[in-house]
Design a protein around this ligand. Structure first.
Ligand code: HAM
Length: 429
């Protein structure tokens, strides 16, 4: 029976949360492999935090005024505790750092994660309610080189996958002194314009006027464009830090543009902030983003921990790879399909299939003992094997099997004795 199409069945996955299987899953795995390897090449070690955290982990850190905290968290109440499904990785990561005292380890420490995130957003292309992020976090290092390393690593991940249609936009949000001065300037600038601003921006004015710069509302655009820029309010320290980051990026061969409107949707950043933006994704154009967040630990009552990091969205990465025709080629099926023609051949192939798997040669054998050549070749095609190995009564008598190349149809006889070694040779060419 043909499987039912997703939309015809009564029971469905939750809106904005998707199943992955078949060729799509294969492509995801191939991309994940490249990303894991790039992190490891840069010396990052994997960390996994739980999917549920106490709600304060996020509400105290990400920012009261942010969309995530105000309206996007999935919350659960259990034994009088308020819990939240992880909407982002950084706050949970810092919770784990403090809990395990990882910042007490000597010198810079590099971590990465690959985890699903949950945000109650309006689903659209590139925006889901469950989505996967790879994130990289570098702690115990306050140098501009650490910021440049994080941006270079993200750039390297995309380059390793063959992506080129993106722009690296960087900005500085200053240190706390710069931000206090800038905040005052923004308040003075926006106050007389409040009447013209969107409701969202009016609300932001009171608590986080800098976030108005992030507004996508049409009504806010002209005021945002003419707003004062942070450059004039930076302390010497913040200015020098930003200059060094830019210089190191130039040295690393990362092209970037300085965009004073990059303020990020989360509250914990200071100094460097950045986004990688693609022109191939439509409205949800941010491929990945991050910045420095030395002050986040203080929101858990700790001393500051120098830290910088990023996260990239896997769904958007896959869309961008597809649009650039850079989807990795993944073998559709196993190396070999074993096609026994009759019971005697099946008895030869059954132990052979076990041996091949022990030797790491992928193969498929169906437990059908009386099928003809036509049926077997149809199955070999269906499963996407590179080769089929055919064995009929005549071949059993001769002590050979026929190896058929499924892509060009070419075939040759190989002896049944030493067959594993011969197949190993074919596999390695
Ligand atoms: P973020 O900018 O909120 O940063 O998310 C990073 C990336 O996750 C986005 O650029 C996008 O590719 C992807 N993403 C976000 N929301 C969705 C969604 N609803 N559907 C699909 N993809 C999405 C953070 O999460 C910070 N924790 C990054 C960070 C790490 N900063 C420092 N370290």
């Amino acid at each position: 029976m043909e499987p039912k199409r997703g939309e015809d069945v009564a029971i469905q996955s939750i809106r904005g949360m998707h199943d992955l299987y078949g060729a799509e899953m294969g492509a995801w795995s191939a991309v994940e492999k490249v990303v894991h390897k790039t992190f490891q090449d840069f010396g990052y070690k994997e960390i996994r935090t739980p999917v549920l955290e106490k709600i304060e982990v996020f509400s105290q850190t990400v920012g009261e005024d942010t969309d995530i905290v105000q309206k996007q968290m999935y919350t659960i109440e259990r034994s009088d505790e308020q819990l939240a499904l992880r909407p982002e990785g950084t706050a949970a990561f810092v919770r784990a750092v403090i809990q395990h005292q990882l910042h007490r380890l000597p010198g810079a420490q590099r971590f990465y994660y690959y985890l699903p995130m949950y945000r109650y957003e309006r689903p659209q292309k590139g925006r889901q309610r469950q989505f996967f992020q790879f994130g990289g976090e570098l702690i115990n290092d306050a140098s501009p080189e650490a910021d440049a390393e994080i941006i270079t690593l993200l750039d390297q991940i995309y380059k390793a996958l063959g992506l080129s249609h993106y722009e690296v936009r960087i900005n500085t949000l200053g240190d706390s002194e710069s931000r206090a001065a800038y905040r005052k300037a923004l308040e003075e600038y926006f106050r007389p314009l409040l009447g013209e601003l969107s409701e969202d921006s009016k609300a932001r004015f009171e608590r986080a006027p800098m976030r108005i710069l992030d507004s996508k509302h049409e009504a806010d655009q002209s005021a945002v464009q003419k707003a004062p820029r942070i450059g004039e309010y930076l302390t010497d320290f913040a200015k020098a830090h930003f200059e060094s980051v830019k210089q190191r990026l130039n040295q690393a061969g990362v092209s970037f543009i300085v965009d004073p409107l990059i303020v990020r949707g989360l509250d914990y950043y200071s100094l460097t902030a950045f986004e990688f933006v693609s022109d191939q994704l439509g409205a949800q154009s941010a491929l990945g983003g991050g910045g420095r967040y030395d002050g986040l630990a203080e929101r858990f009552g700790e001393k500051p921990i120098p830290a910088v990091g990023f996260a990239l969205g896997m769904e958007r990465l896959m869309l961008a790879l597809e649009a650039s025709q850079k989807m990795p080629k993944v073998p559709a099926g196993p190396f070999l399909y074993l096609a026994p023609l009759g019971a005697a051949a099946f008895e030869r192939f059954y132990p052979l299939s076990l041996e091949l798997k022990r030797h790491g040669l992928g193969c498929e054998l169906l437990y059908e003992k009386d099928k003809n050549l036509k049926w077997q070749l149809k199955q070999a095609n269906r499963c996407g094997a590179q080769y089929a190995l055919l064995l009929g009564e005549e071949e059993v008598a001769k002590g050979v099997a026929v190896l058929k190349n499924m892509s060009d149809g070419g075939q040759k006889e190989i002896g049944l004795d030493r067959i594993v070694e011969q197949l190993k040779q074919v596999h390695s060419t």
